[in-house]
Design a protein around this ligand. Structure first.
Ligand SMILES: [Zn+2]
Length: 511
């Protein structure tokens, strides 16, 4: 296939970087090497060495590497071809919310669980409908890009949408870059069916759209409701729901090799999170990486309708079928969920948690024949428990006993290091991993600052600095050699993680 034309082929797109938006003086996304000044915005999509093939792991189609790809390389940058306008969603939601009409229809799986989600979907359907009715060629290319999501199974035959004989021709169409003019050689892939029902459009949304990032409909709704209540303005998310047809072609893997971040509203930036050999399928996780095998299996079946056959699932299925090791003790159940449960637990409950977790770990690892790989997958699937454990131990660090405090930190560092290697083999560039590495870095930094012989602790500080830097570069793209920028991003990740799925914000002394 022909490569997709980009604005300036000489741009070194692997240098793309972004900084989180709550940083002061945040530069906007730009392509390094671009002649425009560094405050310019992203102006065009970019697709790296990828093609769509019909040999996807879980579904009919998948995205594979056209050549060997290095960890950290940019795979693609693309804007939502159509998205739900946040202001429109807010106005619509507000009118229905204040109408005391906040009740919703059914609660079946796959249907909206909140009024906000329902309204967001409706706004997106309207936006899709507008594009369908538009006579503009660029809008037709957009419509084609999202209708291609129906290109599998019965739907494609019924709607005369081609099942691709040469799926690589799909890439330009999926980023809405294929010209729709019937007078040029690049003719449309199919005739657009303007009678397509809202139900079908909703189906595309529910199977393929990308929803809120680092937030949930519940949390946004709660924030908006609070704003209406007390009349103060609160920051809205910059995006809620949008269609990214190329990204939607990427299949699930519990040991992913790609990671996505959203930036400047509805731009999606995707990097390789590990080295990817030519021909290998690109995969990312549809679920939080720190779920256990039984939870992942259940959620993938119920929400996405398939069974995952990735290396991690096959390994854990095998381990589960022969040993009774994955049963979580009752007492640890509440801690499986992320959140600030520790803040409301007393010291006694925290001590019980640490005791129960260690006992369960010991029992599990007493099972014979567990490979290192299985141990790592198992710990990864219980990482939220371990994060609670680390927080619980650090919250109760004995302030008046420096010797004991140092010992406790050393124990936490060992646990953190162990978790780090679990993440390395499963889910390298996820935020939970960054969080664990921050913790290790901070613990080592404290040890270093108090060490009678700093030359002995220096290699540890250097090790964690390098690890953190590498993971940030992979997740967020090349930040170059600007240490201040890297530190700024690291600071952001700490905050995000402590407020969301990672470490709780608690008053212990390790920061
Ligand atoms: Zn899997």
């Amino acid at each position: 296939m022909a490569d997709i034309e980009i604005a300036n082929p000489k741009d070194d797109l692997s240098q793309l970087f972004f900084l989180p938006k709550d940083l002061p003086n945040r530069p906007r996304v730009f392509f390094v090497g671009d002649k425009k000044d560094s405050s310019s915005n992203v102006t065009d999509s970019f697709v790296g060495p990828l093609e769509v093939t019909s040999s996807g792991v879980a579904h009919g189609l998948g995205v594979v590497a056209r050549r060997d790809i290095q960890a950290g390389e940019c795979l693609f940058v693309t804007r939502a071809v159509v998205s739900a306008d946040v202001k429109l969603v807010f106005e619509e939601w507000k009118s229905r919310f204040t109408d005391n009409n906040a009740t919703k229809g059914d609660n079946n799986i796959g249907t909206p669980q909140t009024l906000l989600e329902e309204v967001t979907e409706q706004v997106l359907v309207k936006a899709m409908r507008q594009k369908i009715q538009s006579q503009d060629d660029s809008d037709k290319a957009i419509v084609q890009s999202f209708l291609l999501q129906l290109s599998e199974g019965e739907e494609s035959t019924a709607r005369n949408i081609p099942v691709p004989t040469d799926p690589s021709s799909f890439v330009p169409a999926l980023v809405a870059r294929q010209s729709f003019s019937s007078t040029t050689a690049a003719s449309p892939l199919f005739n657009i069916d303007t009678d397509i029902s809202d139900t079908k459009l909703l189906e595309i949304i529910r199977r393929n759209a990308f929803g809120p990032d680092f937030a949930s409909y519940q949390s946004v709704e709660a924030q908006w409701a609070q704003s209406l209540d007390d009349g103060t303005e609160r920051p809205s998310p910059s995006r809620l729901l949008g269609l990214y047809p190329l990204a939607a072609m990427i299949n699930h893997s519990c040991t992913p090799n790609a990671v996505r971040v959203f930036v400047d509203g509805d731009w999606m930036v995707v990097h390789a999170s590990s080295n990817i050999p030519k021909g290998k399928e690109i995969g990312w996780s549809y679920l939080p990486p720190i779920l256990s095998y039984p939870s992942r299996k259940k959620q993938l079946e119920e929400r996405h309708g398939f069974v995952c056959h990735c290396a991690r699932c096959i390994n854990e299925k095998e381990a589960c079928s022969t040993r009774d090791i994955f049963d979580l003790p009752e007492s640890l159940n509440p801690f499986q969920k992320s959140g600030s449960i520790l803040a409301t637990s007393g010291k006694e409950a925290r001590q019980q948690l640490t005791k129960d977790l260690l006992a369960w770990e010991e029992r599990t690892f007493a099972a014979n024949g567990l490979s290192n790989e299985t141990r790592r997958y198992w710990k990864m699937g219980n990482a939220s428990l371990y994060i609670h454990y680390l927080n619980a131990v650090l919250m109760d660090i004995p302030q008046d006993n420096p010797e004991q405090a140092a010992k406790t930190r050393a124990i936490c560092l060992m646990k953190g290091m162990d978790l780090h290697f679990c993440f390395v083999s499963c889910h390298y560039a996820c935020t939970e991993h960054l969080s664990i590495m921050h913790l290790c870095y901070e613990l080592v930094a404290i040890m270093h600052s108090r060490s009678p012989d700093p030359s002995k602790t220096l290699p540890k500080v250097q090790f964690w600095t390098e690890q953190l830097k590498r993971a940030h570069l992979i997740r967020y793209g090349s930040l170059g050699s600007n240490v201040d920028r890297i530190r700024a991003v690291m600071k952001h990740t700490q905050v995000v993680l402590r407020n969301h799925n990672g470490l709780d914000k608690v008053p212990y002394d390790f920061i």
